[in-house]
Write a new protein. Structure first.
Length: 293
């Protein structure tokens, strides 16, 4: 069973921003969600694991190998889909993948063709393989990004915010492809979208301001909130009174009023009714709502 272990990872950028403040995580095979708002430190962590940048202190070991001391070793076993993945718009998907496969050391043209076709099929782009990448939709581009990340059969796959900007249909299609990837390898999916974790991940962590606030599996984390959530429809003008008195984890407008969700170990009073928890409640109960940008 492969394992990625992150210990006391710290990173402060030269502008003084503390992006990682002692991150500890143990990640096993399967799909692991790294959930947090913008600016939480997800990309910094992903880039550090991918050996693209270095932390100030702390260690990362993958399958017993020290990542910072054995960069080439890790790169051979790593697939990475960065957040701002972009490529030459005037090249076809098949030509670009062929090029990447050559860079990965597949020198035999026949073997290369087979590998490229295999991955194009896997991400449902085989039919459109000759189209220029510039003509691809957002979802197609992300699927192409997965194909390039999978070349070389990585046993550590990192995808940074892959569903941001996809419409619901494209997102679903992408989920179907991602859901198969967690077998026999570690996949880390960084995201600010709670549904990504709900749909795909067997384990997840919530990261905020460079710190891991919670690690759990999604089902257990939701169960932990059973009998703790209460909802009430209030007037907007009463909001402050409730936030002063209770832990209001979220609020949303409903027909001109505000529906609030309060976390409390017992029914606050008879004007509240109980609410079944879901994963977004876990998220909001972990990260203060006014700190989510
Ligand atoms: P996330 O991926 O969760 O949005 P990031 O890792 O991109 O978070 O950013 C964490 C914090 O570090 C943010 O405050 C961001 O502005 C800052 N940051 C990220 N990259 C740099 C950089 N190269 N130089 C300075 N600050 C950075």
């Amino acid at each position: 069973m492969k394992e990625l272990k992150i210990d006391s990872l710290m990173k402060t950028y030269s502008n003084g921003v503390q992006a990682l403040r002692g991150v500890n995580l143990t990640i096993k095979e399967g799909m692991f969600g790294l959930l947090g708002p913008n600016g939480a430190g997800k990309s910094t962590l992903m880039r550090t694991i991918s050996t693209l940048q270095e932390a100030d202190s702390g260690t990362i070991t993958f399958d017993g190998i020290d990542v910072t001391k054995n960069k080439m070793e890790i790169r051979k076993r790593l697939g990475f889909l960065p957040q701002d993945f972009d490529f030459y718009p005037n090249i076809s998907a098949v030509d670009m993948l062929n090029h990447f496969a050559r860079l990965k050391g597949v020198t035999n043209p026949k073997e290369r063709k087979e590998i490229v076709s295999y991955y194009l099929n896997k991400v449902n782009l085989f039919e459109v393989k000759k189209k220029h990448l510039g003509s691809y939709s957002g979802g197609m581009k992300q699927r192409f990004g997965i194909a390039q990340a999978l070349l070389g059969e990585p046993d550590l796959l990192i995808v940074d915010e892959p569903t941001a900007g996809l419409d619901p249909k494209e997102r679903n299609h992408f989920y179907n492809i991602l859901s198969e990837l967690g077998e026999n390898r570690i996949v880390i999916l960084s995201t600010h979208i709670v549904d990504d974790v709900n749909e795909l991940c067997s384990e997840f962590a919530i990261i905020h301001k460079g710190e891991v606030l919670l690690t759990n599996n999604p089902i257990q984390s939701v169960e932990d909130l059973n009998d703790q959530l209460w909802k009430k429809l209030i007037d907007k003008s009463d909001m402050k009174q409730y936030t002063d008195q209770y832990k209001v984890i979220s609020s949303r407008l409903q027909a001109g009023k505000v529906q609030i969700t309060v976390q409390n170990s017992e029914l606050p009073d008879e004007t509240f009714s109980s609410k079944d928890p879901d994963l977004s409640d876990v998220y909001f109960s972990t990260i203060p709502a006014d700190e989510i940008v």
